[in-house]
Ligand binder design. Structure first.
Ligand SMILES: CC(C)(COP(=O)(O)OP(=O)(O)OC[C@H]1O[C@@H](n2cnc3c(N)ncnc32)[C@H](O)[C@@H]1OP(=O)(O)O)[C@@H](O)C(=O)NCCC(=O)NCCS
Length: 186
């Protein structure tokens, strides 16, 4: 069987990454409605559970169409759902994917995002056969930029007033990591 026919499960030292399902709506609504988590996230904070359910349906639809993969991040020691990460888009023709991630605020500062990112970058290059992984992030999102820089993502430029959420336009930086750079960094 092709490795990519079934939704991939990934295990790291402290985390399990698995497919999101509707049972995850409660903790995800908590994170997606938190103004601190969503501040730089390209969405307005959610105000009702129905929005979380719709988002979960959307994220679940990516993998069967091979248009992206979004994992839920579960902490092994207590099975807590701590956030999500994955590829918001996957363009097979040019072997390119856009990475994204968020954790509940109470889980920041423990290295969990970096731990998950390392594995999904590796998965992107080696199983999805990506050549380029890109990330969009606002210049103020220092924690996010810290994760990207840790793995060698390079800033390519600023997309002026590229996004609109929270009633304003936002500049977004575009970062990328190429497979050959990742191989070099191992
Ligand atoms: C972006 C986001 C996921 C980063 O989370 P984070 O917890 O700050 O990121 P990390 O997992 O890399 O953890 C960082 C810090 O944990 C600390 N830490 C504690 N224990 C650690 C451990 N065992 N291993 C590694 N780091 C550890 C370190 O100080 C580390 O900082 P450093 O990399 O400067 O050394 C989080 O801030 C978030 O969800 N933000 C809102 C959503 C968002 O902006 N998403 C990105 C959109 S592009």
């Amino acid at each position: 069987m092709n490795l990519i026919d079934e939704f991939p499960k990934i295990s790291t030292g402290r985390l399990n990454l698995r497919e999101i399902n509707l049972n995850d709506a409660k903790p995800l609504f908590q994170y997606w409605s938190d103004i601190e988590v969503t501040k730089y996230l390209n969405i307005d904070p959610f105000i009702n559970m129905g929005q979380a359910v719709n988002m979960i349906r959307l994220l679940r639809s990516l993998f069967p169409r091979k248009e992206g993969i979004r994992w839920i991040i579960v902490r092994k020691k207590d099975n807590a759902v701590i956030g999500t990460c994955g590829y918001n888009s996957w363009v097979k023709k040019s072997s390119r994917g856009e990475i994204g991630y968020e954790l509940g605020r109470e889980y920041w500062g423990n290295g969990y995002a970096s731990e998950a990112m390392k594995e999904i970058i590796d998965y992107g290059f080696n199983v999805m056969e990506l050549n380029r992984i890109e990330a969009f992030t606002v210049p103020e999102a220092l924690r996010s930029i810290n994760v990207l820089k840790k793995y060698g993502f390079k800033k390519e430029g600023i997309l002026r007033e590229y996004g609109y959420w929270n009633n304003q336009y936002w500049d977004e930086n575009i970062y990328s990591l190429l497979k050959r750079d990742w191989i070099k960094s191992l």
